[in-house]
Ligand binder design. Structure first.
Ligand code: PGA
Length: 240
């Protein structure tokens, strides 16, 4: 199976950066690469036929200044939404209950949720990683029916934007653990699992060896076309 590459471009880019990126990437538009740009730039990516995702969403019935709802993206060919990113959990106090509501609404609307889970450094140092992941998964995926499309991104909070990544063996063990929770507690055996957090063109060579991973969620390194293309090309070499 081909690995999925998701670019979470956050709020990093200006329109000038976006135009340079789109031009450099024009021969790499394909169905395994999904870009989640700033909302204001989405039309530029759609016009170039990129698969596009949102970085966040609110429930479909919510009237809320400044937000985007599921009803608005349905007809726009935006089929992916990141939910539960740690930056939103931390900055906007999003909890598992809020996240569960979003996941359910997305699944019901046939849009793919990219659910982020991961432990903080303190939790890691207290050996609480598994407890935290189980709680996040079980609560965020409550009452979600088996759905091949759901994507889980394991993103240790301490690895995001820091240049640090877990040992390959740790990621292997954790992705097995996540798979186990999905299969045995949630009956979601067909869910895909990605790794995210400081993925770059150097560490991709070891990360891509982890067979259990279905792909990567890439932040900063997805905003520079040269760096992003190196990652894509490295993964392509391994794809069966
Ligand atoms: P990073 O971000 O690759 O810049 O660490 C990943 C993410 O926040 O999804």
């Amino acid at each position: 199976m081909k690995k999925i590459i998701i670019g979470n471009q956050k709020n990093y880019m200006t329109i000038k950066d976006v135009k340079i990126f789109l031009e450099a990437m024009k021969n790499n538009v394909n169905e395994n690469i999904i870009i989640c740009p700033s909302n204001i730039y989405i039309p530029y990516y759609l016009k170039r036929n990129f698969k596009v995702g949102l970085q966040n969403i609110v429930g479909s019935d919510t009237t809320c200044t400044g937000e985007i709802t599921i009803n608005q993206i349905k007809d726009l060919n935006i089929n992916y939404v990141i939910v539960g990113h740690s930056e939103r959990r931390i900055n906007f106090n999003e909890n598992d209950e809020d996240i569960n509501e979003k996941v359910q609404e997305l699944v019901n609307s046939d849009i793919v949720p990219i659910l982020c889970v991961g432990e903080t450094l303190e939790e890691k140092n207290n050996f609480e990683t598994n407890i935290v992941l189980k709680k996040q998964l079980v609560n965020s995926l409550k009452e979600v029916k088996n759905n091949k499309k759901i994507i889980i991104a394991y993103e240790p909070v301490w690895a995001i934007g820091t240049g640090l990544i877990p040992e390959v063996e740790e990621i292997k063990e954790i992705s097995k653990y996540i798979q186990n929770i999905l299969t045995n507690y949630l009956n979601l055996s067909e869910t895909r699992i990605l790794y995210g957090g400081s993925v770059n063109s150097k560490n991709i060579n070891e990360l891509k060896q982890i067979d259990d991973l279905d792909g990567f969620l890439i932040g900063k390194s997805s905003t520079n076309s040269e760096e992003f293309l190196k990652i894509i090309n490295s993964i392509k070499m391994n794809d069966k």
